[in-house]
Write a protein that binds this ligand. Structure first.
Ligand SMILES: Cc1cc2nc3c(=O)[nH]c(=O)nc-3n(C[C@H](O)[C@H](O)[C@H](O)COP(=O)(O)OP(=O)(O)OC[C@H]3O[C@@H](n4cnc5c(N)ncnc54)[C@H](O)[C@@H]3O)c2cc1C
Length: 481
């Protein structure tokens, strides 16, 4: 921790004592996000209440040459909000107002500290909702969703966050305000909106967003099915898509996760199953009734050992609870979990699952598997004790091998959690030096002084073995890159 006394005095004068934190016990809360392998204390935490206040922080920090790292709810899973180079953690959660719901244009205008779910709640009275639904949606903010281009179970059919953002207001690293996009889909000029969504807070601080809302579907059908093997379950997923059906969601959990959920919630899940699959169909009633029959046939053809369809909304919510409680339930097995996010072609699902389990066995680690199966996005969760350094080393090595496997199978490093600091050393698995140089040019043109969320996403020569100013356990443990 470095003391920036003059900056601290200036910010406290502007925002009051309550919104500028510098006591060690306060800073500790912000030392990492939900990726707890990498930790680094910020020097100051500032909670702005308006775009003008964000501008004031960015300008004051620039004057003092201090980095600024934006932060939403801190549910990120790649260390994106971790202040690896120290400086200010700029926490956006006070800016949580829903400024407007316009049912005629089907848009919401919000401050980016609003939680994902609060937007859909606000739109509910108009029969509309915000489609991206990360499992963290109760807590995660629209700003974090935009920065990570977040997905969620229903993004299989409706697309990731980028398909639902029409406009942004952002504070640039020099303190000026840029307005990108607008209230309608616009293709005028360079597509900076497309650049900023998914840029992981490295190009500026987003303060407001215009979001596309969509109407609730006429009918929804939700199925839970059990399979005797993960291979059979994976095959059913491929076969459903091969039938020309794009379900709203197709989610899968393995036996270990299923049993952890059952131990936790006592829902009456079938503990004998090797895999559980949730398929949700939505759309016009007539279409859904046809698709329901096809899904049932495919599931039966893949030797399902039981299936049930939700009979009402309460039953549907119970089915979804089995999936949404997965990561929490795994905490009963080990206190820490390292959640990976690799993507593979859907057709390689069964191979990937077998080989991930082999990696777990090789390193004597417990690996639970949760998948957005429909789009080949894997979430292997390696369970461990954070205080056991030798075990942490094996976790990091296994994580790297899982990423290498995804790339080998024709996939990539991340489906929705981003690169952050966690996967920075793996970027060279998928990008050439020329690719990375082009990305660095873009970053430099927004942020020539490198003060906005530094040491994230793009590896620099110094990333080999370290990650910016503060030592990170994961990177210290990687002996080669
Ligand atoms: C239990 C659990 C389940 C999850 N499920 C999903 C899932 O289904 N799908 C999914 O995609 N993710 C999921 N995640 C990951 C995480 O919730 C998402 O990445 C989410 O979008 C992060 O939002 P946040 O507000 O917590 O952002 P943070 O974690 O606070 O920040 C994430 C990144 O956004 C940047 N950022 C935040 N606010 C701004 C801003 N205003 N301007 C510019 N940059 C900003 C930060 O610098 C950082 O790089 C899950 C996480 C957990 C813990």
């Amino acid at each position: 921790m470095v003391h920036h006394h003059e900056l601290e005095r200036k910010l406290k004068a502007l925002f009051g004592e309550d919104n500028v934190l510098c006591e060690p016990e306060d800073l500790l809360v912000y030392e990492c996000d939900a990726e707890t392998l990498d930790t680094a204390l910020p020097d100051l935490v500032v909670l702005p209440g308006s775009t003008a206040e964000v501008q004031a922080v960015v300008r004051a920090a620039a004057e003092h040459g201090v980095p600024v790292t934006p932060r939403g709810a801190g549910t990120g899973l790649s260390g994106g909000a971790t202040t690896v180079s120290g400086g200010i953690s700029l926490v956006m959660t006070r800016m949580s107002r829903i400024l407007q719901i316009d049912p005629l244009d089907s848009i919401a205008i919000v401050e980016v500290g609003a939680t994902n779910l609060s937007v859909s709640h606000a739109a509910l009275t108009h029969g509309l909702y915000f489609a991206p639904d990360p499992s963290s949606q109760v807590a995660s903010t629209i700003g974090g969703n935009i920065a990570e281009n977040a997905g969620g179970p229903h993004c299989l059919k409706y697309g990731m966050t980028t398909s639902h953002v029409l406009g942004l207001k952002m504070v640039l690293p020099d303190g000026n305000i840029a307005r990108l996009g607008g209230r309608t889909r616009s293709q005028i000029g360079l597509d900076l909106l497309g650049v900023v969504v998914g840029s992981e807070g490295t190009l500026g601080i987003v303060t407001e967003a215009v979001l596309r809302l969509i109407p609730r579907a006429q009918a929804v059908e939700t199925m839970l099915a059990y399979f005797p093997s993960v291979e059979a379950c994976g095959q059913a997923v491929s076969d459903i898509v091969a039938e020309g059906i794009i379900p709203a969601a197709m989610e899968m959990i393995d036996k270990l996760t299923l049993n952890a959920v059952e131990d936790y919630l006592h829902m009456g899940l079938n503990r004998d199953a090797a895999a559980l699959l949730i398929v949700e169909l939505d759309g016009p009633e007539i279409e859904i009734s046809v698709h329901r029959k096809i899904v049932e046939q495919v599931v039966a053809a893949n030797k399902s050992i039981g299936l049930t369809w939700a009979t009402d909304d309460a039953h549907r919510a119970r089915i979804w609870k089995a999936r949404k409680a997965s990561f929490g339930a795994l905490g009963r097995i080990r206190p820490n979990g390292y959640v990976l996010d690799g993507v593979i072609p859907r057709s390689k699902l069964a191979t990937a699952i077998t080989r991930i389990n082999q990696i777990g066995e090789k390193h004597k680690l417990i690996v639970a598997n949760v998948y957005h199966a429909g789009d080949g996005n894997l979430h292997p969760c390696v369970l461990y004790h954070r205080d056991n350094l030798e075990e942490v080393h094996r976790v990091v090595t296994a994580g790297r091998e899982i990423l290498e496997l995804c790339v080998e199978l024709g996939g990539t490093l991340s489906g929705e959690h981003g690169i952050g600091v966690e996967k920075i050393l793996a970027m060279s698995l998928v990008f050439t030096e020329a690719d990375l140089k082009a990305m660095r040019w873009l970053k430099n043109s927004f942020d020539p002084r490198g003060l906005t969320n530094p040491s994230k996403v793009l590896p620099t020569p110094k990333s080999c073995g370290e990650s910016g100013g503060r030592p990170l356990s994961q990177h210290q443990l990687m002996t080669s890159c």
